[in-house]
Design a protein around this ligand. Structure first.
Ligand SMILES: Cc1cc2nc3c(=O)[nH]c(=O)nc-3n(C[C@H](O)[C@H](O)[C@H](O)COP(=O)(O)OP(=O)(O)OC[C@H]3O[C@@H](n4cnc5c(N)ncnc54)[C@H](O)[C@@H]3O)c2cc1C
Length: 594
């Protein structure tokens, strides 16, 4: 087993540091989850960990640490910027820390019932493993170091519930130092209540986020710098943890296995310079496990490149199938996003942000008088929708079960179905908005056996027509909020879409006009997941409840791919919880097996 010479730990771009070496664990992708798992596993000085990251180390790049500049990441050298269907692109951080180094930083958790639903998709004997609110909220708090709002931030509307938060973890969670202290954010919360009866909540992190609130962000309370997974879990131990090596600038191109016999034993990975200027492939060996944390797009691609996927698809690309696991890359879910905004009236914002006011309406609040009809549509359409999306799932029958659970969350548990994220600047006042729980299912498929070629992404947006209805009611609600009494003094005329594009009538605009506008300009919300879902195999799962890929002994997935369904939340808090829990499962299995 690898004994790291003192010169090769920490972070390096030199492939020679890892080539032909053996590590206990090899982790693919130093994003949110991969860095977390690497850090926890390497707490044991007797194990060695290799973490390989396609992107570079941009921790000192102001586009990364300065959260006011986060928008500069889009389509830049830090962005994977995968082309997707209907003219959209998906963004994801291609840098140390992955998307936690480039995201918006909003820190929220999903409803308790959505975590509990994860267990319902597992085999009966797996349901005691703690994939539920009680089990995961403990780990979400383990990763968190919350700083309560100071007096100025309280004055500006920030509040919290003490026991919702963790205080000893590595991820810094706090409110912006230059938080907007003008009247805008409180007025938005008031408007959400006035227009759609969305109640105010002190704190969205207690498992009941169907509310409007001011939320904290993953940023450092002292200097307002971003707290990415890299800054939280790697930077503090980088110079002392001699059993953890991180190689940046290198793409893992393939996972290797011992022989063709099932269950497969992963023995290591091939990797190559990400910039593709060299054909040289390096190999590193794993004596215990290979852990994929390359995110919801690249993880299924890497599985397919390594021979785990749908045999018909793999054969068409000349790849021999090792595990005929047809749902790798399927069950894919992403949320469509639209922005509605007006010209501000010029009242001083008193701050530069980042903004942190959010409203999460449930079905009844979003649809108002039409809610009964909307609930009826969902109930009576589940079977037809499952049939229409079956090509992107294990089967219509499997998807019907998943949709039933999703419908119950929406109709019975009041899970938020839409997000309105208040956006504020000297030039605009409005909302970035997206639906949270689409029924449309898509896929991620490699289209070449060249690992440098981006996979084909088909989100299949709005392929269930009800998803369009939700989006229409969502953007219309955003307009109504901008027209509310509470915001009147702060808002001038609507800019996007504008009354010429979507004429304003008594209803706030017709469905047809809104739909035409949505289709002309929606984008991806950057919350892709479920492409290697943790579910029982009969439902289309790719990993079991210990996050092991089916028919393998020691290949796990720990990233957004494993979440089986969308969440009514921003994903980072949940994913830190998933990664923390995964690390404990891996440690447990080590104690048991080796
Ligand atoms: C633009 C944007 C805004 C967001 N805003 C928020 C927000 O405000 N709040 C919130 O909670 N969440 C937000 N999210 C979501 C959250 O950041 C992601 O869900 C989360 O980071 C996903 O974690 P992950 O570990 O699955 O993937 P990532 O964090 O994306 O990490 C995957 C890593 O793997 C690397 N990689 C991929 N393929 C390979 C390979 N073959 N070899 C080596 N390395 C590889 C990638 O470069 C990347 O570093 C946002 C995401 C984006 C993209």
């Amino acid at each position: 087993v690898y004994a790291a010479p003192s010169s090769v730990f920490g972070v390096t771009v030199d492939p020679a540091a890892a080539a032909d070496q053996t590590f206990d664990y090899i982790i693919v992708g130093a994003g949110l989850t991969g860095t977390t798992v690497a850090s926890r596993l390497s707490e044991d000085p007797n194990v060695s960990v290799l973490l390989i990251e396609a992107g570079g180390d941009a921790r000192q790049d102001p586009r990364v640490y300065d959260m006011d500049r986060a928008f500069e990441f889009y389509a830049s050298d830090l962005d994977w910027y995968w082309p997707a269907d209907q003219g959209t692109h998906l963004s994801g951080g291609k840098t140390l820390g992955g998307s936690s180094s480039t995201n918006g930083g909003a820190y929220t958790r999903a409803p308790k019932e959505q975590y509990d639903a994860m267990s319902k998709l597992l085999e009966p004997e797996e349901q005691s493993l703690g994939w539920n609110w009680n089990g995961l909220s403990k780990y979400m708090r383990k990763s968190e170091n919350f700083t309560p709002p100071n007096a100025t931030q309280v004055e500006a509307g920030a509040d919290y519930v003490r026991n919702y938060h963790g205080y000893g973890g590595p991820v810094q969670v706090s409110y912006p130092l230059k938080m907007f202290t003008g009247p805008h954010q409180p007025a938005f919360l008031q408007a959400a209540e006035e227009v759609a009866s969305i109640r105010y909540s002190k704190d969205l992190n207690g498992g009941e986020p169907n509310a409007a609130s001011i939320t904290p962000l993953t940023m450092n309370a002292k200097d307002a710098r971003r707290s990415s997974s890299a800054q939280a879990y790697l930077t503090p131990v980088e110079k002392t943890r001699k059993n953890w090596l991180t190689v940046t600038g290198h793409l893992v191109t393939k996972v290797h296995f011992k022989n063709g016999k099932l269950p497969l034993t992963a023995t290591g990975v091939d990797f190559a310079a990400t910039n593709g200027t060299s054909a040289v492939r390096y190999r590193a060996k794993a004596s215990r496990e290979v852990i994929l944390a390359a995110g919801a797009i690249q993880t299924p691609a890497l599985l397919q490149l390594s021979g785990i996927g749908d045999s018909t698809h793999l054969k068409s690309l000349g790849i021999s199938t090792l595990v005929d696991l047809k749902t790798v890359g399927k069950n894919f879910q992403e949320q469509p996003q639209n922005m509605v905004f007006s010209q501000p009236s010029g009242v001083d914002l008193k701050g530069t942000g980042p903004g942190d006011a959010i409203a999460f309406p449930n079905l009844y609040e979003l649809f108002g008088d039409d809610a009964k009809e909307a609930a009826k549509t969902i109930k009576s359409s589940i079977s037809a929708w499952a049939k229409s999306q079956a090509g992107n799932a294990a089967s219509a029958k499997a998807l019907e079960k998943i949709f039933q659970l999703q419908a119950d969350l929406i109709i019975k548990s009041n899970s938020p179905v839409y997000e309105l994220f208040f956006v504020n600047s000297p030039d605009l006042i409005g909302m970035s908005t997206w639906q949270m729980l689409p029924f449309s299912r898509g896929s991620v498929k490699i289209n070449s056996n060249d690992p440098f070629t981006k996979p084909t992404i088909n989100v299949n947006y709005f392929s269930v027509d009800f998803d369009m209805k939700v989006q229409v009611y969502g953007v219309r609600l955003a307009r109504k909020i901008l027209q509310s009494e509470a915001l009147q003094a702060l808002v001038a005329s609507e800019v996007q879409p504008g009354y010429e594009t979507v004429p304003n009538d008594a209803a706030g605009g017709s469905d047809a006009d809104w739909e035409a506008w949505i289709r002309s300009g929606f984008g991806a919300n950057s919350h892709p997941l479920a492409t290697a879902a943790m579910m029982k195999r009969s439902l289309g799962g790719v990993v079991d409840a210990r996050l092991r890929v089916y028919d393998t002994k020691n290949l796990r997935v720990v990233d957004a791919s494993v979440l089986p369904m969308q969440q009514s939340a921003h994903l980072s808090s949940t994913l830190y919880g998933v990664a923390e829990k995964a690390a404990d499962l891996i440690k447990e299995d080590k104690a048991r097996k080796y």
